[in-house]
Design a protein around this ligand. Structure first.
Ligand SMILES: Nc1ncnc2c1ncn2[C@@H]1O[C@H](COP(=O)(O)OP(=O)(O)O)[C@@H](O)[C@H]1O
Ligand SMILES: [Mg+2]
Length: 222
């Protein structure tokens, strides 16, 4: 992979069909993320941000171009293979809470960590919660958490087991403006230290936490 990028989308195209209309959701999008780098993709609703993350997460294949993770081609290799690689390498954070209600916060982090083969840099679940200011909430049920605590618990689950890549889709959509900057600063602090982080958001606040900001408009990345 050129430049030793951890994560790379190369010339990505994705079209959706709605009746007779073809919607170009991604148009020749290329993005390479270096080890340790945190990139913010900022753009309005409908600009193609979630589509890009789905390609980078191997949840959907591009109609043109390719995705590379840790030197391996990640796109067009079949759902089972992609799921295996995703489980090993990629943490995904969405605005919807993925917490399991019958487990405590710590139980949720431990469950997520158990799916990932340990790496030297895998965080201990308890320390991860302490780093995220959730030390005192480790034994709480998800439904008793505040909005900000839920966002931080979701971040802990996404980072459980130490993924190489963190992909976040509007991670602060459900929190107040005051909490938004705090959560993004925390995300920056606990992100994969040697890996790639991509955060997409319609909110320009995310820019302050990132090493680099790129803009998405009508499926084009600049
Ligand atoms: N499954 C789908 N079927 C049809 N159109 C879609 C689908 N997913 C997304 N789109 C369209 O693709 C464009 C980009 O959507 P999306 O990636 O969700 O943007 P964003 O995350 O920036 O809001 C939009 O025009 C959206 O309506
Ligand atoms: Mg979206």
């Amino acid at each position: 992979m050129p430049g030793g990028a951890v994560l790379e989308g190369r010339g990505l195209h994705r079209f959706y069909r709605r009746g007779d209309v073809e919607i170009p959701a991604l148009r020749d999008v290329s993005l390479a993320v270096a080890p340790g780098e945190m990139v913010a993709v900022v753009g309005p609703s409908g600009s193609g941000k979630s589509t890009l993350l789905a390609m980078l997460a191997g949840l959907d294949d591009p109609d043109g171009g390719s995705v590379w993770v840790a030197g391996e081609r990640f796109s067009h290799r079949g759902p089972a293979d992609q799921a295996r690689l995703r489980g090993r390498l990629i943490g995904i954070l969405t605005q919807a809470s993925g917490l399991v209600e019958h487990l405590t916060v710590l139980g949720n982090v431990q469950l997520a960590a158990s799916f990932r083969p340990p790496r030297a840099t895998s965080p201990d679940p308890r320390s991860l919660l302490v780093d995220l200011g959730l030390g005192s909430r480790a034994h709480a049920r998800p439904s008793t958490l505040s909005g900000g605590e839920t966002a931080r618990a979701n971040l802990a689950v996404a980072l459980a087991g130490g993924p190489l890549v963190l992909l976040a889709d509007e991670p602060t959509a459900e929190v107040s403006r005051d909490e938004e900057a705090d959560i993004l600063a925390l995300l920056r602090q606990v992100r994969p230290a040697d890996g790639a982080t991509v955060v997409v958001s319609h909110s320009a606040t995310v820019a302050a936490a990132a090493d680099r900001v790129v803009h998405m408009t009508d499926g084009i990345l600049r």
